[in-house]
Design a protein around this ligand. Structure first.
Ligand SMILES: [Cu+2]
Length: 183
């Protein structure tokens, strides 16, 4: 609140100073440029995923994960199932305190419908070393199409602080040659 009332009560009808007008136009044009840059970068920057998001309750999501694990587990690693779902199928990855479940094995050059959700709190999915980062929220099923291009073992780390065991929260995606194309 001002101590004294302004000398010109209806100040908003005063003419705009030239410099101020110039800056307003610059700010507006910059806003327009940034707007189109966003769209351009989404398409050509290869950083943002064209994902879809659906509401889902965590129990329903966990049930889908368990069904996939039951059907496509090929081996175990330190008590964790390694799941190899068929190319083209829906792949469910679950983030929960403090693990990514299960371990996945995908074929190079094949497309998968990847689902990502959390059973408890917010986590971060960070695929290394390619550095793809996605926020993982409980109650939301993030769906995107992935086609692995690099053979080998890829680490997933949680990059959203989620509790005391956060630093131990890691996962793994193996990318292998296509079946029938040699080992
Ligand atoms: Cu975490």
């Amino acid at each position: 609140m001002a101590v004294a009332p302004p000398s010109v009560r209806v100040w908003w009808n005063e003419p705009i100073a030239r410099t101020e007008l110039v800056w307003m136009v610059i700010a507006f044009l910059w806003g327009v440029i940034m707007f189109f840059t966003m769209i351009f970068w989404h398409v050509f920057g290869e950083q943002n995923l064209s994902n879809e998001t659906y509401k889902i309750n965590p129990e329903t999501y966990v049930a889908k994960v368990d069904a996939m694990v039951e059907q496509y587990t090929v081996r175990e690693e330190e008590g964790f199932p390694v799941v190899r779902p068929p190319p083209g199928s829906d792949v469910y990855l679950l983030a929960r305190a403090f693990q990514f479940y299960p371990l996945l094995e995908l074929e190079k050059g094949k497309a998968y419908r990847m689902h990502l959700s959390s059973a408890d709190v917010q986590h971060g999915f960070s695929l290394q070393p390619v550095n793809i980062n996605i926020s993982v929220h409980p109650g939301y099923d993030h769906v995107f199409t992935v086609t692995p291009t690099t053979l080998g073992e890829h680490g997933i780390v949680c990059n959203e602080y989620c509790g005391l065991g956060h630093h131990t929260m890691i996962g793994k995606i193996y990318v292998t040659e296509q079946e029938g194309a040699g080992s």
